[in-house]
Design a protein around this ligand. Structure first.
Ligand code: MD6
Ligand code: FE
Length: 212
């Protein structure tokens, strides 16, 4: 648990394979500018689940491929179906912070090829899910949180397993992999209050390796 006197940037091991680096994003404004650039090129959109429900979270992507969901399923695609163009590139300074974070958490050599960007308004949530659309689960996932705080739910290998409830704040980095890579997780309905700089939004970037 983070305490009053914890230094930012020290990796905290939460459970097997799950590490939080509180305030690991030292220049949140630079990351937010990147998010705006990405969303100008590949706009925010809500996606439909294979079951036909509209997700409450708005999404876009950067990188060689992007994660999409529609009636045909979940998958990675090299072309943004909204623009018909490749996804925006990932900025090298940000990829460097992803590499450093993965290394600090015990996953040296991580090279992401996709950044899925999620935007939550008040009331948006992400139901418990597994991230299993990637080719090789030995690669970790690195996650950046910006804007409004939220509660990260971290469960087990079954959807019904009990969940840890971890607060995530502006600037926090989560790295996870190893034995918990396929654990169910989600984000509880975001309550606010609005963030002083970002406003009534929570932005989350997850860096993954989709293709081995
Ligand atoms: C979110 N994150 O924080 C949702 N998945 O908005 C995820 O679903 C997630 O943070 C895999 C790894 C890290 C994550
Ligand atoms: Fe996920």
């Amino acid at each position: 648990m983070a305490g009053l006197f914890d230094l930012p940037g020290a990796p905290e091991k939460i459970t097997d394979g799950l590490v939080i680096i509180r305030e690991g994003i030292h220049d949140p404004d630079a990351v937010l500018r990147e998010v705006h650039r990405i969303a100008q090129q590949s706009p925010w959109r809500t996606m439909i689940t294979p079951g036909g429900k509209t997700m409450s979270v708005e999404m876009t992507n950067a990188g060689a491929v992007g994660w999409i969901s529609d009636r045909r399923g979940y998958r990675y695609e090299g072309v943004d179906p909204v623009t018909g163009e490749p996804w925006p590139t990932m900025h090298n300074d940000i990829v460097n912070l992803v590499r450093t974070s993965a290394t600090a958490a015990g996953y040296p050599g991580f090279e992401p090829d996709v950044c899925l960007v999620n935007r939550y308004r008040i009331g948006a949530k992400m139901s418990l899910h597994q991230d299993r659309d990637e080719a090789d689960f030995s690669h970790p996932i690195v996650s950046f949180s910006l804007g409004m705080s939220a509660t990260f739910l971290f469960g087990g290998l079954r959807r019904t397993d009990p969940t840890l409830k971890l607060p995530l704040h502006h600037g926090d980095i989560v790295v996870w992999g190893g034995s918990s890579r396929l654990h169910y997780h989600g984000i509880a309905s975001v309550n606010g209050p609005a963030h002083s700089m970002v406003g009534p939004y929570r932005i989350n970037l997850t860096f993954r390796r989709a293709h081995s």
